[in-house]
Design a protein around this ligand. Structure first.
Ligand code: UGA
Length: 441
C-alpha cells in the first residue's frame, strides 16, 4: 500500500519506518526542512533504539522516502496518517492547530479517494473536526474517510511495540476504511479492536491516564511504606501478581514524565471538565506526580542539610531510559530546583546531554558517571538507564566526597549498598546506613 505519514516526530518516523518494513511504500512528510534534510542525509533527528538501522534499510530498499512536499504525498498515497505534534496550551488543552493545517493541506491536494487517519493523540471529537475541515476545503467532490488509529508505542521500545502490539485500535465509520486498515495491519496478526472514531480517541486518552494512575498509585503507596519501614518493591509484587491489577507500571520513582503522560492527562482532565464530568480523580494523579518531585527534593535536602554551594552528581536526565527525550523529564525539574538552592550540578546522561544543553545551561556536563560523581557530596539517580546498574560502585565511592546516594528509580538493592558502605536512600524502601530522621524515607 502507498502510505503518507505527515509529521516525522517519535511517532511518525517510527510508524513510517515500521510500515515500510512491512512492505509498504511510505513517504514521510514534514514541513521542517532541516529535519527532512537530515533524514535525507541518513541522520536521525532523535535517538530511538533500532530506528536508525530500520530507516536506512528501508530507504535502501526504496520503500521509505522523505519529503517536505505534502502535495506530492497526498497525490500519491491512498492512506494518509496525521502524526503531527499536539502540544499543550497554557490551560492543559491540546493545541490542534497543526492537525487543522494538515487537514486543510490534505483537502487542497486530494483528487481521488483518500483515507485520512489520525494517529496524533487528540481529544475526542477531533475526528469530526478533521472531517469538517476536509469537507470545507475540498476542491469539488472527492470521496474520503476519516479514521482514528491511536498509537501505544513507548519511546525506547517503539519498534518492538509497533511490531508486537497488545492490540491495534481502529476507529472507523465506513466499511471501506475498516477494510483498508485491517489490510494494513494484517502482517502483524494482532488483535484488532474496531470501534467508532470517538471511542478510539477515548481509548488513547483513557489508556495513558490509567497507566499514569498506576504510577501515582504506587508512588503514594511508596510513601506509606517509607513511613512504616515496609518495602514497596515487595508490596508492588504482592499486588501486581493479581491478574486483575497486573504487575506493569507499578515501579515507584520520581514521577512520570515525557511528552505523553503529563500532557495527555491534563488534556483528558480538560476534556472531562468541558463536558461537565468531575475529573478530581485524574487531577489527583497529576497532583501526586508533582508532589513526588518535591518529596524527592526534600529527601535530598534533609540529608545534605544546607544545599547552598554543595556539589551533587546526577545520573540520568532523560524522562526514562533508552531515549534522548527530556520533555517533561522529572530530572529537569529537580535539577532546576536544586540549582535554585545554590547546588552545583555535575550531570551525565548516555543520550540526552545534547538536548539538555538547550535548557540547562548552568550545569557541568560530565563525560561519564565517574566524572559526575567526582568530589560530589551526593549522587542522585534520576533515570533508570541500564548502564547505571552496571557501574563500578566502589570506584564511585572512592571518587565521592561522601558516599551518599539518592536513588530516584530504585536501581540498586539496599543490601548491596549496605555491603558497599554507602549511605543509600531510595523510594519506599528502608534507608541504608542513614541516621534516623524525624521524616522517614
Ligand atoms: C507512553 C505509553 O506507555 C505508550 O503506550 C504511549 O503510546 C505513549 O506514552 C504515547 O502516548 O505516545 P512513553 O511516554 O514513551 O509511553 O513511556 P512510558 O514507558 O510509558 O513511561 C512514561 C513515564 O512513566 C516515564 O517517565 C517512566 O519513567 C515513568 N514510569 C513508567 C514510572 O515511573 N513507573 C513505571 O512503572 C512505569
Amino acid at each position: 500500500m502507498r502510505i503518507a505519514i505527515v509529521g516525522t516526530g517519535y511517532v511518525g518516523l517510527t510508524t513510517g519506518a515500521c510500515f515500510a518494513n512491512l512492505g509498504n511504500d511510505v513517504i514521510c512528510v514534514d514541513n521542517n526542512e532541516s529535519k527532512i534534510e537530515k533524514l535525507l542525509n541518513g541522520n536521525m533527528p532523535f535517538y530511538e533504539p533500532g530506528l536508525d538501522e530500520l530507516v536506512k534499510l528501508n530507504v535502501k530498499e526504496k520503500r521509505l522516502s522523505f519529503s517536505t512536499d505534502i502535495k506530492e504525498a497526498v497525490a500519491q498515497c491512498e492512506v494518509i496518517f496525521i502524526c503531527v505534534n499536539t502540544p499543550p496550551k497554557e490551560n492543559g488543552e491540546a493545541d490542534l492547530s497543526f492537525v487543522e493545517t494538515v487537514s486543510e493541506s490534505i483537502a487542497n491536494n486530494m483528487n481521488e479517494y483518500r483515507l485520512i487517519v489520525e494517529k496524533s493523540t487528540v481529544p475526542v471529537e477531533t475526528g469530526v473536526w478533521v472531517q469538517k475541515t476536509i469537507e470545507a476545503n475540498l476542491n469539488g467532490r472527492v470521496e474520503f474517510d476519516v479514521a482514528s488509529n491511536p498509537e501505544f508505542l513507548r519511546e525506547g521500545s517503539a519498534i518492538h511495540d509497533f511490531m508486537n502490539p497488545d492490540r491495534v485500535v481502529i476507529g472507523v465509520e465506513s466499511e471501506r476504511a475498516e477494510k483498508i486498515l485491517k489490510e494494513l495491519y494484517k502482517p502483524l496478526s494482532a488483535h484488532i479492536v474496531v470501534t467508532d472514531i470517538r471511542s478510539a480517541e477515548i481509548i488513547k486518552h483513557a489508556s495513558n491516564s490509567f497507566l499514569a494512575s498506576k504510577i501515582s498509585f504506587i508512588n503514594v503507596i511508596s510513601r506509606i511504606c517509607a513511613q512504616v519501614g515496609a518495602d514497596v518493591t515487595q508490596v508492588a509484587e504482592g499486588i501486581g501478581l493479581d491478574r486483575r491489577i497486573g504487575k506493569d507500571f507499578l515501579k515507584p520513582g520520581i514521577g512520570f514524565g515525557g511528552f505523553c503522560f503529563p500532557k495527555d492527562l491534563s488534556a483528558f482532565v480538560r476534556i472531562g471538565e468541558k463536558l461537565g464530568v468531575n475529573m478530581d480523580m485524574l487531577r489527583a494523579v497529576g497532583d501526586v506526580n508533582e508532589a513526588q518531585k518535591l518529596y524527592f527534593k526534600k529527601m535530598i535536602e534533609d540529608h545534605l542539610w544546607n544545599l547552598k554551594n554543595k556539589t551533587v552528581g546526577v545520573l540520568g536526565i532523560s524522562f526514562k531510559a533508552d531515549t534522548d527525550d527530556i520533555r517533561f523529564a522529572p530530572a529537569i525539574d529537580l535539577i532546576e530546583m536544586l540549582i535554585e538552592e545554590g547546588v552545583t550540578i555535575q550531570a551525565f546522561d548516555p543520550q540526552a546531554m545534547d538536548n539538555a544543553r538547550t535548557v540547562l545551561k548552568d550545569i557541568v556536563y560530565a563525560t561519564d558517571p565517574y566524572e559526575a560523581a567526582k568530589d560530589a557530596e551526593a549522587l542522585v539517580i534520576m533515570t533508570d538507564w541500564s548502564e547505571f546498574k552496571q557501574i563500578d560502585l566502589l570506584k564511585i565511592k572512592s571518587l565521592m566526597k561522601r558516599p551518599l546516594i539518592f536513588d530516584g528509580r530504585n536501581i540498586y538493592s539496599p543490601e548491596k549498598m549496605k555491603e558497599l558502605g554507602f549511605q543509600y536512600l531510595s523510594i519506599g524502601r528502608k534507608p541504608v546506613n542513614v541516621e534516623a530522621l524525624k521524616t522517614k524515607y
